[in-house]
Design a binder for this molecule. Structure first.
Ligand SMILES: Nc1ncnc2c1ncn2[C@@H]1O[C@H](COP(=O)(O)OP(=O)(O)OP(=O)(O)O)[C@@H](O)[C@H]1O
Ligand SMILES: [Mg+2]
Length: 512
């Protein structure tokens, strides 16, 4: 029998009174892709951070190739052949792919690494793994998927035999996911191993040989993926409490609430500019916006939320012009905006959970009265939000940075979906959320629509769009390619439009 490449035995790690990992075992064999599954806050990232030398366990041992090891820093992890790609990449943007890959790798006594040589090696290695990578491209010009590929190659060039990926597909488009899987399959074929954290059960079924499930910091078990189906995985993950399925609801009425006409924006770096984009959203309707990331989603969201002024075109809500209104005024008048990038504009990592929850409202009653803050009202509100959104936290006072990725996302949602918004712009609201929380967010959006709110749901997940939207608009290069009813029969058409493969045609002739 071959020796496992990795054995983690009885690993325990706590943060204050919270036990993030409680006697967890994990064994990974050479040539294996091993999934790591669990609800938000289950302890997946913590376990991997211990393996990568970012945290130190209080108890338990780690063995690499059968030998006991102490891993006190990422440097030591790397020297043992462990590589990790975090959810938030750490590349230097104005450098090239080659420069990023070789950064900090010059050996003692060596002044610099020959770039030409390194670039040739990168190219060769990419070909060997069946993917493309231009060694001379600048990071800032690359898509998220390619940046991730650079991170992976950085780890490979440092000799990684065991690659840890934390929710790698959360930010990828479907073709990028396929290429990543191709790369990983080729990587493990050579006897290397991968540990992959994901919330997507079908991905576990597709590429993982085995899966280890954590619940509340404890090991549930390790399973051969061929021997369990997706439903069983879900039950193992959430335990006794059932996953409430999303209920259907009646669609909106025929009153147009939001109208956007010929919206056009200036050229910008990260996203395709809008090019005469028009659409309408009815009262009580959820309009999905499908499309490959970077086709104008961020520009559309920013224009509607008052964060960007269009170059041309008009927007109205409830018959009144929205152009020129600031984000603050729009928010006061009932616009809720859930941005895709929860680490930038959406949150303050150094502030507490409670502060993040109320920062939009602290100057309003009941939190503030005649200029004084009311701690009672604030605490009551914050506790209610933590309960409603099942935010896992030891206390409302911890810094946001100490919450798990999914729980940070829930804080943004809890803050934004509050009161009775008239218009909700939700950009990838369930990215990084586990199944239970995803369903919860879907229910929240559907209930808001039921109460009459108009909702624009921008998502790259077709499954999500078809599950809860009334209609789906397909965005391609800053234009609406078409709008279709959210019925499974239109799945193929939506897919084609996402690739820009259908002529723009009569918007909206299918419905209403
Ligand atoms: N640096 C930290 N300080 C305090 N608590 C922390 C810290 N890092 C993690 N925790 C807590 O440990 C628990 C496990 O967090 P972890 O990030 O490992 O979860 P996860 O399984 O990766 O969840 P997600 O799917 O949401 O990313 C959470 O309750 C989290 O709040
Ligand atoms: Mg995590």
């Amino acid at each position: 029998m071959t020796k496992p490449i990795l054995e983690m035995k009885q690993i325990t790690k706590s943060f204050g009174s919270l036990i993030a990992n409680d006697q967890v075992d994990l064994t990974v064999q050479p040539g294996e892709i091993h999934g790591l599954l669990g609800e938000n806050g289950a302890g997946k990232t913590t376990l991997m951070n211990i393996l990568y030398g970012l945290y130190r366990q209080e108890a338990g041992e780690i063995y690499i190739d059968g030998n006991p090891v102490q891993i006190c820093s990422p440097k030591e992890a790397i020297s043992l052949g462990i590589g990790m790609v975090h959810q938030h990449f750490m590349l230097v943007h104005n450098l090239t792919v080659t420069e990023n890959v070789i950064l900090g790798q010059a050996k003692k006594g060596q002044l610099f690494i020959n770039r030409q040589e390194a670039a040739a090696q990168i190219k060769a290695k990419a070909e060997e793994y069946g993917v493309e990578l231009d060694p001379w491209a600048k990071i800032e010009d690359l898509t998220v998927g390619l940046r991730q590929r650079v991170e992976i190659f950085k780890a490979l060039f440092r000799g990684a035999r065991l690659l840890i990926l934390d929710e790698p597909t959360a930010v990828l488009t479907p073709p990028e996911v396929e290429q990543l899987f191709q790369l990983l399959t080729n990587f493990v074929r050579q006897g290397n191993s991968v540990i992959c954290i994901t919330h997507k059960l079908h991905e576990i079924k597709t590429i993982c040989d085995k899966v280890t499930i954590l619940r509340g910091g404890r090991l549930v078990g390790t399973y051969v993926t061929n021997e369990v189906d997706a439903d069983e995985l879900a039950v193992l993950m959430v335990g006794e409490k059932a996953v409430t399925p999303v209920k259907s609801r009646k669609s909106g009425n025929n009153k147009v609430f939001l109208k956007v006409e010929n919206l056009t924006t200036e050229l910008d770096e990260g996203d395709s500019p809008l090019n005469q984009l028009s659409l309408e959203v009815y009262e009580g309707e959820i309009l999905g916006v499908a499309g490959v990331d970077g086709n104008g989603q961020t520009n559309l969201a920013h224009c509607l939320a008052g964060l960007k002024q269009p170059k041309d075109g008009k927007m109205w809500w409830a018959g009144k012009e929205m152009n020129g209104l600031s984000a603050k005024v729009l928010a006061e008048q009932g616009l809720a905006y859930i941005p895709a990038d929860r680490h930038g504009t959406a949150t303050a990592m150094g502030m507490s959970l409670a502060e993040n929850l109320i920062c939009r409202r602290f100057s309003l009653a009941p939190f503030s009265c005649k200029g004084f803050l009311s701690p009672k009202a604030i605490e009551h509100y914050v506790q209610a939000k933590i309960k409603d959104f099942e935010i896992k936290t030891p206390s409302p006072l911890v810094r946001l940075a100490a919450l798990s990725g999914g729980n940070q996302q829930k804080v943004v949602l809890a803050r934004e979906i509050d009161g009775e918004p008239r218009l909700i712009i939700a950009h990838q609201p369930t990215r990084g959320l586990d199944i239970g929380s995803t369903n919860y967010v879907h229910r929240v959006l559907m209930e808001a629509a039921q109460k009459g709110a108009s909702i624009i749901l921008l998502s790259t997940e077709l499954e999500e769009l078809f599950a809860i939207c009334d209609r789906i608009a397909v965005l391609y290069r800053g234009q609406v390619m078409g709008i279709l009813p959210a019925q499974e029969t239109y799945l193929r058409e939506v897919g084609l439009m996402m690739a820009g493969r259908v002529e723009p045609k009569g918007v909206d002739d299918h419905h209403h």
